[in-house]
Design a protein around this ligand. Structure first.
Ligand code: C2E
Ligand code: CA
Ligand code: CA
Length: 745
């Protein structure tokens, strides 16, 4: 007997252990009872037949939402109908394929009947499930065009395998000379228009005939309808086999006169070799078929051998896919959180939720691997909603614990926006958990807007109007068209981590980042840079007015408990990571002559400076990467890199530094150029006058401090402007869309 006591009590729905209950449980038909609370279809009851049909235990089903009903992508329309019927509280009966827990695909007939309580409100659904796989298979067999077999007089693939297995057993051939070929024939007519059945039959006969004449008497040919042929081929080598296939291609390519047209046939081949690829006929045919499906992807005339790798790849994907189907049921999925920090206030202002999959055998599988897979097979809908449900649960718990909760950003892929129920489902999850929609942010990519379907647009508008914020993710990697930024009221642009990664060594990336920041600010958008790993990257971003950052430098994505600790501790970004005014003036001295460095240090000892020393340009750059420096004083003549070269690199990477050359030589041209380019602030000569030199250095520091102060003021003005532009932007969008969505709450 199966019963979910808590759920039953909770909803007041009771099934007594009486005769009728017993009857339900011994029925051969699978019976399921779902609750209909806030369209949150939870399984309250499943009888034994249902469990054995689906392969799940009662514990695994308890409380599961309805969308465990998963089929192939091909059955998506059926699933949509099912969801629509549930949400409209309509009865429905559909035939669709479902995955059992073991990953096998079964044909099912599912009938759903709404149950109205005494108030006339649909409180439950009753589901009836029958496994109709046998019937479906029979239908499929009988509907298969046997006419092809009688048409060509050829054996089908089953007969082919029988004969081939016998040939293999008799071993009347030398090793490596037996191949199985799978062929796919396409027809091309010069005139357009469809062909009648009679002409089709004629073509099939001609193709079979031509194939037959290309083969030797002991090479079996078979035909399974739909233009799918297979044959056994004897060849001395792989290249010999390819030549045989090419001969067949030539023969089929000869024009076939038909009425007033000329038809040409093209064909692709997939080949498998005995015994390398397999030792049995069925599996050889399978390998050839797999090679054929790869061949077809290439072009119509491709000939391709089966390689182990093909099957390994497919196999891995299939295994991973069925494992993913169970991952949610087995609680293998988890949500991790990575803090997002404001670069001005240095405080945590948000957090990104990132899905994690802990596979019992394979260990942690990265989302980069399983999310694309889930997008392909439709599981993304379930996984995506699960992530949001988990986020809502966590947020509710944080709020209850009195933590300073920040908005949580969740990634939603373009595939999820094809689900017309996405908006309702997200709102339902927020309602159930009592979470404020403004505490949820969705990170979407341009792909969502590029689809530009009514479904996606309606969902975006619905969620935006409900108060959910949107960020444009992975900016810079796709088309990065400004038009997408204008088309939808994003609040934030996220600079992709690939730009941040090389920002220090790649001046192009640095320039792109600056451009994105100023463009976004002009449009009234905030900018977050992700993947920030080093202090240098952080300083660059902060200096260039980036608003927020996220990355390992501040925190890795961590489990909920660890994120709670971070919130509790009120951890902020250390002030040293921003280009704020430092307590102490820092000077970098660069000279290859040790005594000069020593005497300069002695001279400046009285001035309370923090002095760093280097003996080459390269060393100087390394120090700059590690320490915030205000003023650089560099020799000109040094082995490896001249002072001017060093300072001009320093200028691009650390533009806020004030740079001075101290040289015994006057190579006027390079120095003048450097001064004119703004690489150098001053050019001083050796030997120097102590007092004057100290004066120049002090002046350089004052200049730097003035620039810092200016920058701080600019920032403040910028921040205010940005806030204003953002508000105007949201307002504009609301006015523009008032007519379309005005009726929505
Ligand atoms: P994303 O949205 O670009 O997420 C940021 C990625 O950068 C995360 O990778 C994060 O761990 C990584 N990251 C953060 N800081 C640093 C850093 O300092 N250095 C480096 N090298 N990497 C950093 P993750 O967690 O592997 O996620 C990969 C992608 O998978 C995400 O890229 C997102 O597109 C997708 N994804 C993750 N969770 C979900 C989900 O729940 N739903 C959907 N639809 N997609 C998800
Ligand atoms: Ca993201
Ligand atoms: Ca991203």
């Amino acid at each position: 007997m199966i019963r979910f006591a808590e759920s039953l009590n909770e909803t007041g729905f009771r099934i007594k252990q009486d005769i009728s209950y017993m009857a339900l449980d011994v029925s051969h038909c699978g019976v399921l009872i779902l609750s209909n609370v806030a369209e949150n279809y939870r399984v309250l009851y499943a009888n034994t037949a249902f469990l054995s049909m689906t392969g799940y235990t009662e514990v695994e089903l308890a409380g599961r939402i309805d969308w465990y009903v998963q089929g192939d992508a091909g059955d998506e329309p059926q699933r949509k109908k099912l969801r629509a019927a549930l949400s409209a509280a309509q009865p429905i009966s559909i035939e669709m394929r479902n995955y059992r827990k073991d990953g096998s695909l079964r044909w099912c007939e599912l009938g759903i009947t709404p149950f109205r309580n005494h108030e006339g409100y649909v409180s439950h659904f009753i589901g009836m499930l029958s496994d109709i796989t046998t019937r479906k298979n029979d239908e499929e067999l009988s509907s298969q065009p046997s006419r092809h077999a009688s048409l060509t007089g050829l054996t089908d693939h089953l007969g082919f395998c029988d004969t081939l297995d016998k040939t293999i057993l008799a071993s009347t051939f030398s090793p490596g000379t037996l191949y199985v070929a799978a062929i796919d024939i396409d027809q091309h007519q010069h005139a357009s228009g469809s062909m009648d059945g009679h002409s089709q039959n004629f073509l099939v006969q001609v193709a079979a005939e031509r194939l037959g004449t290309c083969l030797q008497t002991d090479e079996i040919l078979s035909h399974d309808g739909n233009g799918s042929y297979a044959f056994m081929l004897r060849a001395d080598s792989r290249s010999d086999a390819v030549m045989r296939c090419q001969a067949i291609q030539r023969s089929l390519a000869q024009a076939i006169p038909l009425a007033d047209q000329h038809i040409h046939l093209t064909c692709a081949f997939g080949l498998a070799r005995f015994p390398d690829d397999s030792r049995t006929a069925r599996s050889l045919l399978h390998c050839a078929g797999m090679a054929l499906s790869h061949a077809r992807e290439t072009s119509r005339n491709t000939i391709l051998f089966y390689f182990e790798a093909m099957s390994v790849r497919l196999h891995e994907e299939i295994t991973l896919e069925s494992a993913l189907r169970n991952a949610m049921l087995n609680s293998e999925l988890e949500v991790h959180y990575q803090a997002q920090v404001n670069l001005q206030t240095r405080q945590v202002i948000g957090v990104e939720a990132l899905a994690r999959w802990n596979h019992p055998e394979l260990g942690q599988i990265a989302p980069d691997r399983f999310i694309p897979l889930a997008e392909k097979n439709g599981l993304i809908d379930d996984i995506g909603l699960w992530v949001i449900e988990q986020v809502c649960t966590d947020m509710a718990a944080w709020r209850e614990d009195g933590l300073p909760v920040v908005p949580v950003a969740v990634n939603v892929s373009a595939a999820q926006f094809r689900n017309p129920l996405l908006g309702d489902q997200i709102m339902m999850l927020l309602n159930v958990s009592g979470c404020d929609p403004s505490m949820l942010t969705l990170e979407i990519t341009e792909a969502v807007l590029m689809d530009d379907t009514n479904t996606a647009r309606a969902t975006l508008n619905q969620l935006h109007h409900a108060g959910i914020g949107f960020s444009l993710d992975d900016f810079g990697t796709g088309y990065s068209s400004i038009s997408y930024l204008k088309r939808f009221p994003f609040k934030k642009v996220i600079i992709d981590r690939s730009f941040v990664k090389d920002l220090v060594d790649n001046s192009d990336d640095a320039a792109i980042i600056k451009a994105i920041i100023s463009m976004a600010h002009t449009l009234g958008l905030r900018v977050l840079a992700e993947g920030v790993e080093t202090e240098e990257q952080c300083r660059f971003l902060s200096h260039n007015l980036c608003d927020e950052m996220q990355g390992f430098l501040f925190s890795k994505p961590v489990a909920s408990s660890a994120f709670v600790e971070l919130l509790q501790a009120g951890t902020t970004l250390p002030p040293s990571l921003l280009t704020a005014k430092k307590a102490r003036r820092t000077l970098l001295l660069v000279d290859d002559e040790v005594n000069i460095v020593a005497s300069l240090k002695r001279l400046l000892r009285r001035d309370d400076l923090h002095i760093l020393t280097a003996h080459s340009g390269a060393e100087g750059l390394a120090l700059l990467a590690q320490h915030p420096v205000d003023v650089i004083l560099s020799d000109q003549r040094m082995p490896g890199m001249t002072g001017v070269e060093f300072l001009s690199i320093a200028k691009t990477r650390f533009p806020e530094t004030v740079r001075i050359v101290l040289s015994g030589y006057t190579e006027l041209q390079s120095v003048t150029d450097a001064v004119n380019e703004g690489d150098i602030y001053k050019f001083l000569t050796k030997p120097w006058d102590d007092t004057k030199l100290r004066g120049h250095i002090d002046e350089a520091f004052q200049r730097k401090e003035l620039a810092d102060e200016n920058h701080r003021l600019t920032r403040a003005v910028y921040a205010t402007n940005l806030e204003l532009a953002g508000a105007i932007r949201q307002l504009k969008y609301q006015q523009q869309h008032h007519h379309h969505v005005g009726s929505q709450p």
